[in-house]
Design a protein around this ligand. Sequence first.
Ligand code: 13P
Length: 253
Amino acid sequence: MSRNLIVAANWKLNKGPADATAFLDAFVPKVEAFAGSAEIVIAAPFVTIPSVVAQLAGNSRIAVAAQNCSEQESGAFTGEVSAAMLKEVGAQYIITGHSERRSIYGESDATINAKNKAILAQGLKPIFCIGETLEEREGGKLESVLRTQITDGLKDIDSLENIVIAYEPVWAIGTGVTATAEQAQDTQQFVRSVIAELYNQETADAVQIQYGGSVKPGNAGELLGQQDIDGALVGGAALEADSFFGILENSAQ
Ligand code: 13P
């Protein structure tokens, strides 16, 4: 089964419109000269999305994502942004379930499930993140934690056709510690087996599963060369055009 790679930048709380413009000025020409087939996604802060969309107008290789959205459609929810609003300004993907949203902002599996549904209802695509802490891994809870996140996060969602899963071990995010290619492969094979149980083998074979956590140009080739790793969700190394492009180059199939 060959799945196309999807390599995404998660800029987190970085890059207003001016910094994003400078990044794309350097990044887009590199992509235009690059033959690889990976889909490229840039997840920008809300206020940066419109300028990124405008700068990428007519560019079919780079999609734009938001990093979060409300599970609500509209109403008295001060400070929130809906999936419909993000669609209106040109986002195609929205990250859900990121460990920073889970741990810092207390998002539950039920909230993440509601966000996934709200995004799909707009015809947009969730990049649905899951991952265990070091304590959970070392305590033998890796599989039960991931199984719960997957089962509850995808509850009552019939099709995974428009969902990308991102496996991000919490202990590898922003720490410089990457899961070994073998650890990431074994875990992602497990994630795919849970999808096969919940859905069917065909769905499991088709769903794209990214790896995230300290991905850099130097380790991207080995990680993305694994059978069950279909791309990367990149934080720190996606803040510079050279290093984000280096990841793409080194992961070329
Ligand atoms: P780093 O690549 O900085 O470890 O971040 C990973 C991440 O959280 C992407 O969503």
